[in-house]
Write a protein that binds this ligand. Structure first.
Ligand SMILES: [Zn+2]
Length: 74
């Protein structure tokens, strides 16, 4: 798989904790799995992790606040 951001061909499987920030609040998603670019750091969550990510987004994000992390394309 090539990186969607920079086209680098070396995506690395990783499991990590992802911390999201909303205004003054933060939320940690544990054991998130995805593939990450070793060149620019862009990542793609796997299906289950991405679902948790978007559910946390919908539940926690308030109008007028934005995720500090950039959104991933699917
Ligand atoms: Zn990249």
């Amino acid at each position: 798989m090539n990186c969607p951001a920079c086209g680098h061909a070396d995506m690395v499987d990783k499991v990590l904790d992802e911390m999201l920030s909303y205004g003054g609040q933060s939320l940690t998603l544990h054991a998130m799995h995805g593939e990450f670019c070793s060149s620019c750091g862009e990542g793609i969550w796997d299906e289950e992790s991405y679902r948790r990510y978007t559910e946390a987004d919908m539940k926690e994000a308030k109008p007028g606040t934005r995720l500090s992390r950039h959104q991933h394309n699917t």
